[in-house]
Structures are given as C-alpha cells and as structure tokens.
Design a protein. Structure first.
Length: 202
C-alpha cells in the first residue's frame, strides 16, 4: 500500500491464528506500506506467514548503477587472453539478465523484504512530513523456520526493513512475538535518514 497525503488505518491479519494470511514467493516485498508526503496513519500486521520473497530491483543486482563486465579482471575494458574464463570470446555482462545490453530500470523499490515500511516524499523535491504512529508488528513468521538452515527458503533481503526519511516520523511501534529466521539480510533493519524521527519502538 502506498498512501500519498491523507490518512490510513490498516490491518493485515489479526489477533487470532485463524486471521493468518500467507504470503509466499512474491516479487519485491511480502507486505509493503509507504507513507508519502503528508500521509499519516497506523498499521497492524499480526499472525501472518511471509516467506520466499524475491528481489525485484531489476538487473542492477549490486546496486552500483551500471552493468559490470564480470570477466574484465584488470578493469581495462578489453578482453585479455586470460580473462575469457568461460571461453565464449567476449566479456560477459553479468547483470544483463535479459541480454539486451543495457541496464533495465528497477521494477519496484523492494529488494526482497518480508515486510517493508517507509516514509518519503513522492520525489526528491517533495516535502515529506507525514507520520506513522501507534502501530504493531506482532506474532508473524517471517522467513524459513525449518530446523535445517536453508537460506534459499527465506526472504531474499531483510525480514523487516524500515526506511524513514526527510521530516517524517515513526513513533510508538511495537515489534514482538515474531519468528524471523533464515532471511538474506538482517532480521530487522532500521534506516533513518535526513531529519526523520524514530522513537518509542519496542
């Protein structure tokens, strides 16, 4: 969900096990909530299962903004005799997934998070002073809980990722009772930038 201005009050799942939603093998984020500009509200994410979310950032897998020649070992831009490691006669673009020779645009802003919560401006020039408050993320299973560790079965990136920016705020958030396991990034990741306020998180 993306809210641009206005208010929101969202519940995904609920207090009972029978309220559970199952989010499996989605591209981007299992659950995403983005409050843009002056959007203000709260959310409740309870008793859900979120697993197998895939990276959807497009072809720039390392996020450096260019297609990297994987076999140009000395970085001179030419194919030296020892650099054609697969013997095909040219330098391969490791991140050009569809083979079109250019870096395709991102599909979404998500890199495979189980839950993605963000505040931001609709673009780099927009004023953003919205807020998220009095919210819950409780009793969810985020990632693979198998006793044999296999990270390919979890979410590609963080279990829960918060990206709070500009003049916005995230206050009075409770995160508890969740099982967050075997994801590709941190269990819970907070990124506070600019003059954003994050407080009252427990």
């Amino acid at each position: 969900m993306t809210a641009t201005n206005g208010t929101f009050d969202i519940s995904i799942g609920g207090p009972n096990a029978t309220d559970r939603n199952t989010f499996l093998n989605n591209a981007g984020a299992g659950i995403s909530l983005i409050a843009q500009n002056a959007a203000t509200g709260r959310f409740f994410i309870e008793n859900n299962l979120i697993n197998g979310t895939r990276n959807d950032l497009g072809e720039d897998l390392n996020g450096n903004g260019v297609l990297d020649p994987s076999e140009d070992l000395d970085g001179d831009g030419t194919l030296d005799a020892a650099e054609d490691t697969n013997g095909n006669g040219f330098l391969d673009l490791a991140e050009d997934v569809n083979g079109n020779g250019i870096l395709d645009a991102a599909n979404t802003p998500f890199s495979g998070e189980g839950i993605y919560i963000a505040t931001r401006g609709v673009n780099s020039l927009a004023t953003a002073n919205g807020s998220i408050f009095d919210s819950l993320i409780i009793n969810n299973v985020i990632g693979n809980t198998a006793t044999t560790i296999n990270t390919t079965l979890g979410n590609f990136s963080h279990g829960i990722n918060f990206d709070i920016t500009k003049e916005t705020s995230l206050t009075n958030l409770m995160v508890g009772g969740n099982t967050i396991a075997n994801n590709g990034g941190s269990g819970i990741n907070f990124n506070r930038r600019d003059n954003a306020i994050v407080q009252g998180v427990s």
